[in-house]
Design a protein around this ligand. Sequence first.
Ligand code: SAM
Ligand code: SF4
Length: 525
Amino acid sequence: MNEQQRKQQSQITQVNPTDIKSSSENLKRIKNLSSDDMVSKYFESTYQPPDIKKARKRGREKVNVHYDFDIPEDMANIGEGKKFLIRTYGCQMNEHDTEVMAGILTEMGYESTDNTNEADIILLNTCAIRENAENKVFGEIGHLKPLKLEKPDLILGVCGCMSQQESVVNRILQKHQHVDLIFGTHNIHRLPHLVKEAMFSKANVVEVWSKEGDIIENLPKVRHGKIKAWVNIMYGCDKFCTYCIVPMTRGKERSRRPEDIIQEVRHLAANGYKEITLLGQNVNAYGKDFDDMTYGLGDLMNELHKIDIPRVRFTTSHPRDFDDHLIEVLAQGGNLLDHIHLPVQSGSSHILRKMNRKYTRESYLELVHKIRKAMPNATLTTDIIVGFPNETEEQFEETLSLVEEVGFEAAFTFIYSPREGTPAAAMKDNVPMEVKKERLYRLNELVNKQSAESMKKYKDKVVKVLVEGESKKDPDVLAGYTERNKLVNFKGPKSAIGQIVDVKITDAKTWSLDGIMVENTVEVN
Ligand code: SAM
Ligand code: SF4
């Protein structure tokens, strides 16, 4: 998705949002910020950046599932009369982590606010995927400094993927001493303890675990809205694409037990949710880490197919692990939607090899062929990186031709961003930035053209729209998504919000459709 598309997609005001009214050995208080040694010692003793060789081994480590999360008694009401604000950067996984942190803080008595001046705790839930994502966070940390100086009791925390990197933690401790709390992606469940430490210690609290491996099941959540919900099915990634920081920030692949996922989805259905999206960095690897049974994403989707919830999506797929059984299950349709997001990254087999993607242009096209054969109406979307080190014009053109050949209807497109500690960051790169930008521009032009063409097909057709809320531009206009994930704006009664309604398409734009609601289609619950 390019910038234009991203903007369009954030034009819905969610109506009916939920009213968001360990180990001490690993916990370090860094009292003297000039002592860089303490930070590096901390990382030496508790943090080992994973590498490709270790990945093979780490896959075999046992995953324990815990069902005993509890807020300690002395912290249960610690937030009464106080407010929290969590700012989220990056992917859906981070958005969902924010829902968990909001759930924990709410159980501690805090109420949510979106006003920084009112907040007693501000957490920045960060993304490390590209350099500009990190820059935004450092900018925000700087902006919050005057507020922290004005309100010394404010707890300012940095969590999420950036915190999993030693260099980032060092930079925060050295240059942004007004940050009170730094914690990673594996120890969110320790939030009550960390807040307590930050409150009473008057020193910086840093707790980052590289030793992941456990799944904590019963964490509270405050979901953003009552219409669509995220459901984690697995954590981490063992794919080690050479450009990607995720295996280092999110740890090894570990799958939730199917019964826990099914129970969560049943519960969401019973509570009136209309759509769930199963989340994982590589959902097709679901179940590969189970040592007591053979069970994969296809089996899970087959179970979810039987649950009375209208829409089930999943993201993100890795082409390498997308198996025939899954295709067979998805082809049943029903609540399993025929929109598949299948990141390709490049159309050149040579670049794919350098990226360690473990498939070729040909095998990707073969997979697309299989999917189309089983699901002739499926919409395919993708992720693409341009300007990978030493990408030639011909190799880039292979990406353009693949985009055409597959007929992607949308794509998240990125300029390659070197990430410290990844193999690609050590590669020499002879592609100048202007060339990378020009390639991104050309790619976006093509994707826009294909998106506009795909939209035209809907003119005068009636589509089913899950209505999410009002359009931010015009509160009289409602907005929602079709089964194939097309954004639709239309005039209709507010009672349609949260329902699946029929909308006749009157106009097709590049990234969205306009329509009118077909009378009497609001479902009665
Ligand atoms: N696990 C998913 C997959 O393999 O397709 C994607 C996860 S990642 C959060 C989302 C996307 O960010 C990737 O598909 C890739 O296109 C992009 N990305 C990851 N690392 C990047 C980097 N170093 N530079 C530019 N884009 C990157
Ligand atoms: Fe990153 Fe996705 Fe590759 Fe995992 S599969 S390393 S998350 S791009």
